[in-house]
Design a protein around this ligand. Structure first.
Ligand SMILES: [Zn+2]
Length: 230
């Protein structure tokens, strides 16, 4: 089940403008097929009605799983695309957050600004993991690999360590690095590191749910590290 909205897209091939139906809110609990569509990014695919060109163009939306009790808002700052509403994307998300808190007080609420981040969060929550710890581990791995790759020729720049749910083995958590390396780089971290952060680390309270804290990303992880140093 899903709520729809009308948005405007521009064909990158022929430049035609057209209005098209898009998802305002995806409820994956009631519709498992739509979960796949989101995971593979296909809900963001469009076909130009003029020239037939197919292209991907993500838009702001929300994704909810009731069983796992979470909702993720993808905020792409594209309110001008929205044909139905006269309010800004920010206001829209603020309203939706308030509504979610009133209706589902136990839900984890997240705001992301990139399609890949939305998909990563869905994988993390599907695996039953704490996304704050995974984000923190990803941040540390990126840092670590960046340092090691500094001397590589040509130098390799690591943009992000993304949680990789497919390569999971017992006792391991896997990340795939988005980098300038021509070969894919995978990094494994033992599950005991995750358990340590969850239960024993002096940082453990930072990984608990905190009201008003919805953006769990690299910037947030860097802030946690500062807390530790201070
Ligand atoms: Zn076209």
């Amino acid at each position: 089940m899903a709520t729809k909205k009308t948005i405007m897209r521009t064909c990158p091939e022929c430049g035609a403008y057209f209005n098209v139906e898009a998802y305002e809110m995806v409820n994956a609990t009631l519709d498992q097929a739509i979960r796949e569509e989101v995971i593979f990014g296909r809900i963001f695919d469009f076909t130009c009605p003029v020239c037939g060109h197919r292209f991907r163009s993500p838009y702001s939306t929300a994704y909810k799983e009731m069983e796992k009790e979470y909702i993720i808002f993808l905020d792409l700052d594209d309110a001008t695309d929205n044909c139905d509403e006269m309010i800004s994307e920010e206001e829209l998300i603020e309203n939706q957050i308030k509504e979610t808190q009133a209706l589902f007080p136990t839900y984890r609420i997240r705001v992301v600004h990139d399609m890949m981040d939305l998909i990563e969060k869905i994988h993390i929550f599907s695996a039953g993991l704490n996304d704050k710890i995974i984000t923190y581990l990803g941040y540390k791995i990126k840092d670590d690999v960046t340092l090691k790759m500094k001397t590589a020729k040509p130098p390799i720049q690591v943009n992000k360590a993304l949680f990789d749910s497919l390569r999971g083995k017992e006792g391991q958590i896997n990340f795939g690095l988005l980098s300038t390396s021509p070969k894919p780089i995978f990094v494994t971290t033992p599950t005991r590191d995750y358990e340590y952060l969850l239960k024993k680390s002096p940082l453990r309270h930072q990984f608990e749910e905190a009201e008003g804290l919805y953006q769990i990303d690299e910037g947030w992880a860097a802030g946690i590290d500062k807390v530790l140093i201070a």
